[in-house]
Design a protein around this ligand. Structure first.
Ligand SMILES: C[S@@+](CC[C@H](N)C(=O)[O-])C[C@H]1O[C@@H](n2cnc3c(N)ncnc32)[C@H](O)[C@@H]1O
Length: 229
């Protein structure tokens, strides 16, 4: 079968544009390799122990997020479920908490933990690096703790987060401060972008910075509102 020339040209142009505009990885995928078949118990003791700022200050963080019964929240990069479990208690009985992560073992354990706690508001979602896999307009709040710097394709993830948020929905990001000359070598090597760059990227993806509700020490905490088209 021969393809008419005009169709062939359009097809070639579309293919070429997808090569040009495809997002290149922002970080080395090795940054996430150890979460793939992660040992849940080991990581839980790392993520949910005193000494980690987002664990120690979880009460204050939760308070400013004003979690209410009926809210629909996505904990993107849920890890071992530290915030998923706290949100799940707050949104009961009619809300929903989507625990979104690329790690199957983390999600299986979160599902079991929620079941044991009698929290049927938790829904686990296994995603890939370019999408949250959340339904459009399904959540009021997207929360991320120490996850943004793990995104291999931040723009694709932000587009997917924006689509998942209802009109006027909130995106709350907590991530490590990265300040050359101040931050230690591990942070400078591990964390791709600092606060200002993250704010720029998120605003470029269709969000407006609204506030910085708490000043943290090792991390910063910024909130954005989805700008409706
Ligand atoms: C440093 S951990 C933080 C876990 C949790 N938010 C906490 O603070 O305890 C980063 C998490 O992000 C997940 N992750 C990395 N890239 C992701 C992506 N594109 N979408 C969803 N989760 C991702 C990892 O599997 C890991 O569980």
């Amino acid at each position: 079968m021969s393809v008419p020339m005009p169709y062939l040209i359009v097809l070639l142009l579309l293919t070429a544009s997808s090569w040009v505009f495809a997002e290149t990885p922002a970080v080395d995928p090795e940054i996430n390799a150890y979460y793939r078949d992660a040992d849940y118990a080991r990581w839980k003791s790392i993520f949910e122990s005193p000494g980690r700022e987002v664990f120690d200050r979880r009460g204050e963080i939760l308070k400013v997020l004003e979690i209410r019964p009926g809210m629909r929240i996505a904990d993107v990069g849920a890890g071992t479920g530290l915030y998923t479990m706290l949100f799940a208690e707050g949104v009961e009985p009619s809300g929903k908490v989507y625990a979104v992560d690329i790690s199957k073992s983390f999600l299986e354990a979160i599902g079991q933990r929620a079941q044991e706690a009698g929290l049927d508001t938790v829904i686990t979602v296994l995603n890939e690096q370019t999408s949250t896999e959340l339904p459009p307009g399904s959540v009021d709040l997207v929360f991320m703790a120490d996850t943004y710097h793990h995104f291999e394709y931040p723009r694709a993830m932000l587009d997917s987060i924006r689509a998942a948020l209802m009109p006027g929905g909130i995106l709350a990001i907590i991530d490590f401060r990265r300040e050359p000359g101040v931050s230690n070598r591990w942070i400078l090597g591990h964390v791709r972008a600092g606060r200002e760059e993250v704010i720029r990227e998120v605003e470029q993806a269709g969000f407006k910075l609204i506030d910085e509700p708490i000043r943290l020490r090792e991390n910063y905490f910024v909130r954005f509102r989805k700008i409706d088209a």
